[in-house]
Design a protein around this ligand. Structure first.
Ligand code: NAP
Length: 457
């Protein structure tokens, strides 16, 4: 097959009919899962396009297989391939053990500046779930992938550098909050305006394109004002400045709704509805709130009032800890979530557990500006199950489904969803689901893939 390359032109992916797509099989359970997954991808593409489109798979090495063959955990050739072919997919990789070796996943994401980690969380009917109404969960997480803890700026307790940094903080910046300076390690968490806004832009563009209802900026800004708090502020700023006619913030929606309900409402009456503690505030604060109400009414009541705001994309924010509670108790209130790295890490796995666990949770790491993307299993290498043809290939299969959608091959992606739904409905599942379902038939990893293919028709 010829070597056709996906390119990005005028902010749009250009996808040939036979694109070369590099893949990393992965370590541990990776080879079992990849075999099953590739069969599913090829079957879906064949059925959808009857031979007019076909993926030209290109294996590239990383992890243990790469180390065995080349003595290098992540050969340069692999990075070159992902750079050249733009879109790729990977199984799980072992994190090399030993001082100074970074996670291969992190290196790949950083080398290609894949700043969005996108994780859709949706329940498939019949999948065993620990919650009562898993069908209420349909959330897409946009997790920032290049800053926050991923920047990895840390200094070990007792090291020369940590001592230098602690004395600099104490002597030059008047820091007096380090409780045990002699034994502290330090970590630095950079969060930038550019980093925040490119992530939030990707989330808004996605939400608008897919007709989603809201974006929640999840943060811990009540404690970390200049990192997490700024993430929230810069997110709102971008939404209002760049998408004014398409969005409404939650606070704006209250103010507009108050005026819709009582047309001759005064600015102060409106402010009192928005801030129930208004009467206890200082005069300065009251003036500030009234000014805010006035500006919103003057600026957008004509375009967003009279109920029009209800059809706009709602931009709201939530503190991270309460978000964990609410995605459990009222998941319907969350649609697209944009958040920083660490919050997103926890939230993705917590939500994945609510819809069936990491065995079927997909993910994609994407740079929406250059087009580079690597879709990947969200679970690890589960070495105890390696080569047993046992585990659930669903995470890589659904990551591939995301990839097909990303390159615009929607018909093939839809067939994968149809196949997975059918296989689960028929209760033909791998051990992880089988142990939680009654009257299910146990299938091997490869057999589950075959069931998916059978159910595409
Ligand atoms: P793990 O490999 O994700 O496995 C933890 C458990 O999750 C397994 O024992 C199994 O549970 C369940 N599980 C994982 N994949 C499954 C699948 N496909 N189907 C069904 N169940 C599945 O986590 P770990 O043991 O902490 O990590 C092992 C290695 O993976 C480490 O080297 C780590 O660095 C690496 N890792 C890589 C990635 C990546 O490449 N993206 C991500 C995370 C971890 P039961 O035992 O209950 O059956």
């Amino acid at each position: 097959m010829t070597n056709q390359i996906i390119t990005m032109k005028n902010k749009k992916l250009n996808v040939p009919n036979n694109p070369t797509i590099p893949f990393i099989e992965g370590d541990g359970i990776g080879p079992d899962i990849w075999r099953s997954s590739q069969k599913v991808f090829d079957a879906a593409v064949k059925l959808a396009y009857l031979g007019s489109k076909k993926i030209n798979w290109l294996e590239v090495l990383a992890g243990e297989k790469a180390f065995r063959k080349t003595k290098n955990w992540l050969p340069e050739k692999t990075l070159i391939a992902f750079r050249k072919y733009l879109v790729g997919i990977k199984g799980p990789l072992t994190t090399p053990i030993g001082g100074g070796v970074r996670s291969l996943n992190v290196v790949l994401r950083q080398m290609l500046d894949l700043y969005v980690c996108q994780r859709p969380v949706k329940w498939f009917k019949g999948v065993p779930s620990p919650v009562k109404y898993p069908e209420n969960i349909d959330i897409i997480i946009f997790r920032e992938n290049s800053e926050d803890i991923y920047a990895g700026i840390e200094f070990a307790s007792g090291s020369k550098n940590v001592k230098k940094l602690i004395s600099f903080l104490c002597e030059n910046l008047n820091v007096n909050k380090i409780r045990f300076p002699e034994t502290s390690s330090l970590g630095i968490k950079p969060v930038s305006k550019q980093g925040t806004q490119r992530l939030v832009k990707a989330a808004i563009d996605f939400a608008l394109a897919k007709n989603r209802k809201s974006i929640t900026l999840v943060h811990k800004g009540n404690i970390m004002k200049f990192t997490e708090g700024s993430f929230r502020d810069w997110g709102y700023e971008l939404a209002i400045n760049d998408y004014r006619d398409k969005v409404v913030t939650e606070r704006e929606s209250w103010i507009l709704n108050n005026k819709d309900c009582k047309h001759n409402i005064t600015i102060e009456e409106n402010a009192k509805f928005v801030e129930p503690g208004y009467d206890l505030m200082t005069l300065e604060k009251q003036i500030e709130i009234c000014k805010e109400v006035e500006v919103i009414i003057n600026n957008i009541y004509s375009s967003h009032g009279h109920g029009v705001f209800r059809n706009k994309l709602l931009i709201k924010d939530a503190i991270a800890d309460i978000t964990f509670q609410q995605v459990l108790t009222r998941p319907k209130e969350f649609d697209v979530i944009a958040t920083l790295n660490l919050n997103g890490d926890y939230l993705s796995d917590a939500l994945a557990a609510q819809v069936g666990g990491i065995g079927i949770a997909p993910g994609g790491n994407i740079n929406y500006i250059t087009g580079h993307a690597i879709f990947e299993a969200t679970h690890g290498t589960a070495p105890k199950y390696a080569n047993l043809d046992k585990v659930n290939p669903g995470s890589v299969i659904l990551s591939g489904e995301m990839m097909l959608r990303y390159i615009g091959w929607f018909e093939a992606a839809d067939l994968i969803i149809k196949g997975v739904t059918g296989a689960i409905n028929a209760k033909t599942v791998t051990y992880d689901f089988h142990r939680m379902m009654s009257n299910a038939r146990l299938k091997k990893c490869s057999e589950f893939g075959d069931e998916i293919i059978k159910n595409m028709n």
